[in-house]
Write a protein that binds this ligand. Structure first.
Ligand code: GDD
Length: 409
């Protein structure tokens, strides 16, 4: 991977946010060691491969087309562990069963190391409860619905399998090979990070809009435009200096190092991505956080990498976009770093898009306990008992004590 160095960095206490970096070679290349030529850096192919081998890619899925899922799997390097986290319907048609079969057939041929999990597996919920992590559960003791919830569950399994990085790739991508570009960028970003507490967020170069007039290569989606503007206002208020540093407020495609993922508090559903940035500022923005002395000393770094490929994904309609916008902005609104001025901006954006009818509709999103609250040993020993939905492929199964489905067929 060849990347330009970031041209601008902004610091907020212990948080360092780098400006967007463009890509100049998508593939891993064959540099024997890191090369810096002028403004361009090429991490060594060995380092990229090593990081990929320590990374889990989490694919949240809820009722997407199986052909798209297969395409995504084929775009994930086989060195990564793949976690397919499904919340697809089980009735009247068992869509999860169909997904698990598609993954099984695919992985037997491809030899990807992969785990499929259903978010509503009752035994996983019971194990979480026993491990003191009920924050993911609803009133019936099940894991709640939501993409954010699936991502957090994915991080827990990535830790169980001793991965040091987690990357998130949506399953509704019409051009799955772009996932390859995103994952290479994750690895390149981590190879450049100056601290173990880092996050790489992808900024889509274009998010094309398909209309009767043809294809228009829009720079960003409308939700992202608004979320970025509001997050930059938060930062401007926080520091007293205007800022446009945030270009990835809603980045679904992003990756986190495990040490950082274990500190952050994640928000529910679609608030998860914007709130990651807000929570970083809440915890580290003033550089104090005595309980996180080590991470404050090392610093927390956010890298933003701009993809070369445009992103085409399933269009789920205006109502869905408004819901996503409301959830994201509500997580900013209810943060203790949000000033009254920004609160007013948030309300007027949401009113103008008819996402709310009054300020009272900006409900507080659920924020989950940090993963450090889980008793991992208790969770692990419960997970060694058979669950209803987990299937593993081409994995050393000592961790879960399950038969390896990849070995069949
Ligand atoms: N397991 C699980 N559980 N997966 C879910 C759930 C859930 O409750 N809800 C959605 N997903 C899956 C979808 O199947 C898809 O693969 C992915 O999560 C993204 O969900 P979409 O509903 O397709 O979101 P989107 O495409 O409109 O928005 C995406 O891009 C935004 C940035 O523009 C998401 O990644 C957002 O989080 C992101 O902010």
């Amino acid at each position: 991977v060849k990347l330009e160095m970031h041209r601008n960095v902004e610091m907020f206490g212990a948080v360092r946010i780098n400006d967007v970096q463009r890509i100049f070679e998508i593939g891993p290349g064959n540099a024997e060691e890191d090369v810096v030529e002028g403004e361009i850096i090429t991490p060594s192919a060995h380092r990229i491969s090593d990081i990929l081998g320590r990374m889990a890619i989490i694919v949240p899925i809820k009722g997407e087309n199986l052909k798209l899922l297969e395409g995504i799997l084929a775009s994930i390097p086989t060195r990564c562990l793949v976690l397919v986290l499904s919340n697809s319907d089980r009735k009247p048609i068992d869509r999860y069963k169909m997904e698990a079969e598609a993954v099984a057939n695919f992985c037997r041929a491809s030899k990807h190391s992969c785990i499929t999990i259903h978010q509503k597996d009752a035994k996983i919920a019971a194990a979480l409860k026993d491990a003191g992590y009920s924050t993911l559960l609803d009133g019936y003791g099940r894991v709640r619905n939501g993409k954010g919830e699936a991502m957090v569950l994915g991080i827990i399994f990535a830790k169980l399998f001793k991965r040091q990085y987690v990357g998130f790739i949506d399953a509704d991508n019409f051009v799955p090979s772009t996932a390859y570009e995103y994952i290479q960028s994750f690895a390149a970003g981590f190879s450049m990070a100056k601290t173990p507490y880092s996050m790489v967020r992808i900024s889509w170069r274009y998010k094309p809009k398909i209309s009767a007039g043809g294809l228009y290569f829009r720079r960003r989606g409308r939700v992202s435009e608004i979320t970025n503007r509001i997050l930059n206002l938060v930062i401007s208020d926080f520091t007293g200096f205007g800022s446009e540093i945030i270009k990835t407020g809603n980045a679904g495609e992003h990756a986190i190092s495990l040490p950082l993922a274990e500190i952050l508090q994640f928000a529910s559903r679609f608030a998860i991505e914007p709130y990651e940035l807000v929570n970083m500022l809440e915890i580290f923005g003033r550089g104090e956080a005595p309980e996180f002395k080590k991470s404050v000393k090392e610093g927390v770094e956010v890298l933003q990498i701009e993809s070369r490929s445009p992103h085409f994904h399933d269009n789920k309609g205006e109502e869905h976009l408004n819901e996503m916008l409301l959830e994201g902005l509500a997580s900013v609104y209810h943060s203790n770093i949000c000033s009254d001025r920004v609160k007013q901006e948030i309300v007027s954006e949401l009113l103008s898009r008819k996402a709310i009818s009054s300020a009272d509709d900006v409900g507080k999103p659920r924020v989950m306990d940090p993963l450090s609250k889980i008793d991992f040993e208790a969770f692990h020993s419960r997970m060694r008992l058979k669950t209803d939905t987990i299937q593993t492929f081409n994995l050393n199964n000592e961790v879960l004590n399950l038969p390896d489905m990849g070995a069949q067929g």
